[in-house]
Design a protein around this ligand. Structure first.
Ligand code: PHE
Length: 338
């Protein structure tokens, strides 16, 4: 019996070493270690052995099983190696790689991110509202009378339902105050829509950034300081600003902000960059009515608001002459910002 086991082990190792592929290897495993395999059959002979012989033969059987299992493992690894090498044989690793073009951010995204980062530093949180709006949120609650030109069919996209595409992000001022108690300090970047003729400085869809700060005792110097800090962070420390008195229905007093633009080869000139002002008490009264409480009563809170065109900021920042470049997605233009 000892010789038989020895013989099985020798035959198995030889068969395994000669197996040319996985399939044959598996057949060899079954032939020796399978339920009806030769080693299994030999183990069955243990029963007829004497007490003294059993441990010796048992030991031999174990050794044979280990040797055969190891041989199987080794051969499998060798076959796998050969298969891997064959798969790589046709590949020339010295060929130059295909160039990978990394993406880049759109210039509008770059200015928006930067504007948001600066204002978040001052404690403004991001807010949002729908682009399809009610006349109430876009005009009435913002103290805009029924005959105001901005409400005209010629200037605003209306739906048959009476809803409209918001003409400015100031709607988010209303939506925020309707749902949050003061103090609020929010910014809302987003799209706005106007029925403008499309040309080098106008699109019918553009991007704005709205800001609103309402609390006890918010005053005009707060507004000026905030916006000065903002534009100087964005365009450089010695950026000059001017606040020019203006009119908006929802702020009083109201201003337009100009920044002084220095272009090489040209005389510096002021260009308009934002609208702003102190929230009109009429807006607070409308909010109180809509909320059904007096948390925003004009005797309790004051606030400032501002709104600016992000497309404009990008154009100034990089000296872009035509706003249409921002939506044409010409990679020759966009690649410059990547
Ligand atoms: N909503 C105004 C516009 O679109 C800008 C603005 C916002 C003015 C907030 C004052 C306060 O022109």
């Amino acid at each position: 019996m000892k010789d038989e086991i020895q013989q099985i082990q020798t035959d198995a190792v030889a068969a395994i070493g000669a197996a040319p592929d996985e399939n044959c290897l598996d057949q060899a495993r079954v032939a020796f270690l399978g339920k009806k395999g030769r080693l299994t059959a030999a183990s069955a002979g243990m029963r007829s052995l004497s007490k003294e012989e059993k441990p010796v033969v048992g030991q031999l059987l174990n050794t044979a099983r280990t040797v055969i299992t190891d041989a199987l493992e080794k051969r499998r690894a060798t076959l796998q190696d050969a298969a891997d090498r064959a798969a790589l044989a046709g590949i020339d690793l010295t060929l130059p790689a295909r160039p990978v073009h990394p993406g880049g951010l759109h210039p509008l995204t770059i200015v928006k991110d930067e504007a948001v980062r600066i204002l978040r530093r001052l404690g403004f949180a991001i807010a949002a509202g729908p682009e399809i709006e009610t006349e109430f949120h876009c005009f009435d609650a913002l103290n805009t009378p029924a005959d105001h030109p901005a409400r005209n069919e010629k200037d605003t996209f209306y739906f048959d339902s009476g809803k409209l595409l918001r003409t400015h992000t100031s709607t988010v001022q209303i939506r925020t105050m309707e749902t949050q108690a003061p103090p609020v300090r929010i910014i809302a970047p987003g799209s706005a829509y106007r029925r403008d003729e499309i040309d080098a400085t106008h699109l019918s869809v553009f991007n704005q950034l709205e800001g609103l700060y309402v609390a006890e005792d918010v005053n005009l110097p707060d507004l000026k300081g905030t916006l000065e800090y903002f534009y100087q962070s964005l365009f450089g420390r010695d950026t000059e600003l001017q606040f020019r008195p203006h009119f908006f229905p929802f702020t009083e007093p109201s201003f337009e902000i100009d920044i002084k633009l220095h272009t090489r080869g040209q005389r510096p000139r002021w260009i308009e960059i934002a609208g702003c002002g102190m929230v009109d008490p009429a807006v607070f009264e409308e909010i109180c009515k809509s909320r059904g409480d007096d948390l925003y009563h004009p005797d309790k809170v004051t606030g400032f608001a501002f709104g600016m065109g992000l497309d404009r900021l990008a154009m100034i920042r990089w000296g872009i002459r035509d706003i249409r470049l921002l939506i044409e997605n010409d990679t020759r233009f966009l690649r410059q910002f990547a």
